[in-house]
Design a protein around this ligand. Structure first.
Ligand code: PHE
Length: 371
């Protein structure tokens, strides 16, 4: 009787000891598979490669399964021994795979430990923040006045028309309203156009003498460009007592300019008009860019002041008697000065920034340079 393996080899079971011949053939095949696997394992360097080998040798359509299928062609008496031989071979193959897997895992772990944190490695430099140029200008200016006994007062950015305009001598039909046109809310409130409303609020709440500074945001319906911003910062100053005159105002502003710009600063007043002060002045201080000469070393015009030698920092004047009266003060008993200076102006000149937007964009790389 002749029987054929699927691979076409024929075995003659008549005579001799065909069973043991088949078993030894089977054993040889399995031994060859074991050697193949060992070679392949040595070349497998990661767990994915191992998995491929497991499928190739022991998987459902793997090589060992192909060998196992051949059992069906053996005489029934031979099958148990053939099955045992195959099972032993499978265990051996599985052991080899497991050993290699453990080895590769151990290596992977060792590699990870090799790149573990080196605690002696120098840390990257710590980045520290800094005060914003506007904050520094505000604090420096306020500090000057605080040292002289002024109180720092903060006000709301949303105001009534009464405090922003009427009480400051700007009635509804006054042309000054136009220049200060603001952002209105439906119920007659508006974003304050200056910090001056706090003059009235403070005087109405406190009898004279008073001395305050009011730093804060103001808003105007201006389009954003290099010089304008719809939101900006001011410091308001107000001093009211018996015998206060314009010399006190000039002295205080000169002191403040020296505190924020440097000891050589001078202040000059140019006649101006504000409805809430009389007389009124525009306040200029020595241009720090050219020390007041208007020219740079090479004779060119100073860029900061366009050759004027002075830069404008705000408005000021003697508090109008109507404003004192409206606030409950007696203009015959006390007098006072007030000023409003632009913080952006101070910061831009100090930092040599020629575009106001730089102060609001807050690019950390720029702020780092201004620190
Ligand atoms: N409030 C004025 C402005 O915003 C400045 C000012 C303040 C003028 C106080 C005089 C007195 O332009």
């Amino acid at each position: 009787m002749t029987n054929a393996w699927p691979n076409g080899r024929a075995f003659d079971f008549i005579g001799g000891t065909p069973g043991s011949a088949l078993i030894s053939q089977l054993t040889d095949q399995l031994k060859a598979l074991g050697e193949q696997l060992e070679t392949a394992l040595a070349a497998a360097h990661d767990l994915a490669a191992l998995e491929e080998l497991r499928v190739r040798f022991l998987g459902r359509s793997g090589q060992v399964t192909a060998v196992r299928r051949g059992i069906g062609n053996l005489p029934a008496g031979e099958r148990p021994e053939a099955g045992k031989t195959i099972n032993e071979a499978v265990s051996a193959l599985e052991r080899s795979l497991a050993e290699r897997e453990a080895e590769l895992q151990g290596r992977a772990l060792a590699a990870q430990l090799d790149v573990a944190i080196d605690v002696t490695f120098p840390a990257p430099p710590a980045r520290s923040g800094s005060l914003h140029p506007l904050r520094r200008a505000t604090e420096d200016a306020c500090a000057y006045f605080e040292r002289r006994g002024f109180a720092v007062v903060l006000g709301d950015e949303i105001e009534t028309e009464y405090y922003n305009f009427d009480a400051l001598n700007i009635p509804p039909d006054h042309p000054a309203r136009e220049g200060l046109d603001s952002f209105y809310f439906p119920n007659g409130l508006l974003l304050r156009t200056h910090t001056s409303p706090m003059q009235i609020r403070t005087m109405q709440a406190h009898p004279p003498p008073i001395a305050i500074v009011v730093p804060g945001k103001s808003y105007r319906r201006d389009s954003m460009d290099a010089r304008h911003s719809p939101m900006f910062h001011q410091i308001e100053g107000l001093m009211v007592a018996a015998g206060i005159h314009m010399g006190h105002l000039k002295g205080m502003l000169t002191g403040m300019c020296r505190a924020v710009f440097g000891p050589a600063q001078a202040v000059r007043f140019r006649p101006s008009f504000f409805p809430f002060t009389e007389p009124s002045a525009e306040v200029d201080t020595t241009c720090p860019g050219c020390a007041g000469s208007g020219a740079l070393g090479d004779g060119a015009n100073c860029k900061t002041c366009s050759g004027a030698g002075w830069i404008e920092i705000g408005g000021a004047g003697m508090v109008h008697p109507d404003v004192l009266r409206e606030s409950g003060y007696d203009p015959d008993a006390v007098s006072g000065w007030a000023f409003g200076v632009g913080i952006e102006r101070i910061a831009m000149v100090r930092q040599e920034v020629d575009d106001i937007r730089v102060l609001f964009e807050n690019d950390p790389r720029v702020l780092e340079q201004l620190a």
